[in-house]
Design a protein around this ligand. Structure first.
Ligand SMILES: [Fe+2]
Length: 400
């Protein structure tokens, strides 16, 4: 499905003309809560949409729950709106994609998980305007929803927004913590996309451009944001989104979802926690535990390309560079700032990992490996210091 993208400073001003072409009377506007005001979107949208009737949906949780979705869908159906505009972060855009996907469905009969591929296609246009530089949700055909704290990825080609407006003025107003967390998500998505078993030449090109843009712009964007660094970051997040739209994400994302659902660790922080671990783990893939159908030489080649993109001479330099990069934007790479504090917590994360995303990882991942990696995140708390040497060995030996 084709997507039209408007990009650049004040590209949001195209919006009025776009919706006029759809002969719209009522706009269904999906937004964040405070972020809608603080990023400057409210003022801008009030100006642009002054001549249209607006039905706004905004009171839903950051990691949308199924009940939020049903409320939103009911509100949309009652609104009689002819277009959906979503302006916000990944959760806002995901919510809009779900509402549009199921807008022709009978709410009473709807089962969001099983009906995803069968629901009638909606004719209501969807316009997505990301206000963070992170999820790249505007470029993907899937969305996350939590049902009883379990993450579900709902996918259908018609969930891809029809029109995207990438305007750097909104992300420019992010606070430094949000800028860091969102940017780290985009970085992890690009890296994971690169080594995913579903990666193609096209997705690798998007991911490569995203990685370079993020390395060169995220520290400035977090510490002293400029309109240029914001523009480069929203572009990078969009490219990373295009990359995972083809390749999907892998192990760090698979493991992150229970950390977010049960322990409240922000998504970008949760995925960053294990990225370097899987960089090393996947680098040491062998013929026996390789998952990629293109063979071990292809996967080894992919990792050599990745080292080249990161401009490092070996995998250990890559590890230190990425750790340093994350620390430079203020991310904490262990559990010291979280409520994950016991081995039982690790067990609970292990039982709720997304198997679907884990299957995209280029090297077989056992529960034992994930457990060792997660236990290592206690190291700075001195709780399981003795496991550290085991932990380093586990990259090389799947059965250790
Ligand atoms: Fe993500």
């Amino acid at each position: 499905m084709r997507q039209i993208v408007y990009k650049g400073i004040d590209s949001v001003l195209h919006l009025k003309k776009i919706i006029e072409e759809y002969s719209v009377e009522t706009v269904f506007l999906i937004t964040g809560k405070q972020s809608y005001v603080s990023c400057g979107a409210e003022n801008k949208m009030n100006e642009i949409l002054a001549n249209f009737k607006i039905e706004r949906f905004w009171d839903f949780s950051e990691n949308p729950k199924i009940a939020d979705f049903y409320r939103g869908l009911t509100k949309f159906k009652n609104s009689g709106a002819q277009v959906i505009i979503a302006i916000g972060g990944g959760s806002v855009l995901d919510m809009a994609k779900l509402i549009r996907r199921f807008s022709e469905s009978n709410i009473e009969m709807l089962n969001i998980v099983t009906d995803a591929t069968e629901a009638l296609e909606s004719k209501v246009p969807l316009i997505a305007i990301p206000t963070t530089a992170g999820s790249g949700s505007e470029a993907t055909h899937f969305a996350v929803v939590y049902i009883n704290n379990v993450k579900h990825s709902i996918a259908h080609k018609s969930m891809l927004p029809d029109i995207v407006v990438i305007d750097p003025q909104f992300a420019l107003n992010l606070n430094s913590k949000m800028a860091a967390i969102s940017g780290a998500d985009a970085f992890c998505q690009a890296i994971e996309s690169y080594w995913s078993v579903n990666a193609t030449n096209e997705s690798k090109q998007y991911a490569r451009r995203a990685i370079k843009l993020i390395i060169n712009n995220l520290p400035v964007f977090v510490q002293h944001p400029t309109i240029q660094s914001s523009l480069n970051m929203v572009e990078a997040a969009h490219l990373a989104g295009k990359a995972i739209n083809i390749s999907k994400t892998t192990a760090p994302h698979a493991i992150s979802y229970p950390m977010t659902a049960y322990y409240g660790i922000p998504h970008g922080q949760a995925v960053s926690l294990t990225l370097v671990d899987f960089l090393l783990y996947n680098f040491f893939v062998t013929e026996h535990d390789n998952v990629d159908r293109r063979g071990i030489d292809y996967v080894k080649g992919t990792f050599n390309e990745l080292l080249e993109i990161l401009n490092v001479k070996d995998i250990f330099q890559a590890k230190f560079q990425i750790e340093h990069f994350f620390q430079s934007i203020g991310l904490v790479l262990d559990f010291s700032n979280s409520t994950i504090s016991t081995v039982q917590d690790i067990e609970s994360i292990l039982t709720n990992i997304s198997m679907e995303r884990l299957a995209n990882n280029p090297r077989i991942v056992s529960y034992d490996i994930v457990k060792k990696i997660l236990l290592s995140k206690f190291v700075l708390k001195n709780e399981i210091e003795n496991n550290r040497s085991n932990y380093l060995d586990c990259y090389k030996n799947l059965d250790s």
